[in-house]
Design a protein around this ligand. Sequence first.
Ligand code: FES
Ligand code: FES
Length: 155
Amino acid sequence: MTRITMTVDGATVSDDVAPRTLLVHYLRETLGKTGTVVGCDTSNCGACTVHLDGQSVKSCNVLAVQADGAEATTIEGLASDGELHPVQRAFHECHALQCGYCTPGMIMQSVDLLAENPDPSEEQIRIGLEGNLCRCTGYQNIVEAVRTAAKEVRS
Ligand code: FES
Ligand code: FES
């Protein structure tokens, strides 16, 4: 076992983990952050996306020991002072989800996309989200939600 210490959604956590433990499993099973989900075993669905030191990562693709010392934000840490993040609100208002399974990762990736480009074109949104798969929506309302959130983030 290896001792890791990191910040998750604003709280410092410290645990002994097996060297092969994936970050997504550490978040879900040790910390109870079940808002971050697993949608595949091939690293291509993006449902497990979180932010690590401000960058979106697929947490099934990172070992927990690699996150030692890092600052992580999950979908559960995105709202602040009881207010949804503008991207969360836009997904709700634009009906950008159906089953909701892809939604945590899709939102975390969208937040990162808008941090890098606050005024993305439709094509840039589609490219920015191409690592996140949705089996339900056909993506149109997701693109609309990101455009809606972009307006709010810029204003
Ligand atoms: S669960 Fe991580 S990419 Fe699918
Ligand atoms: S809303 Fe069902 S997978 Fe995206």
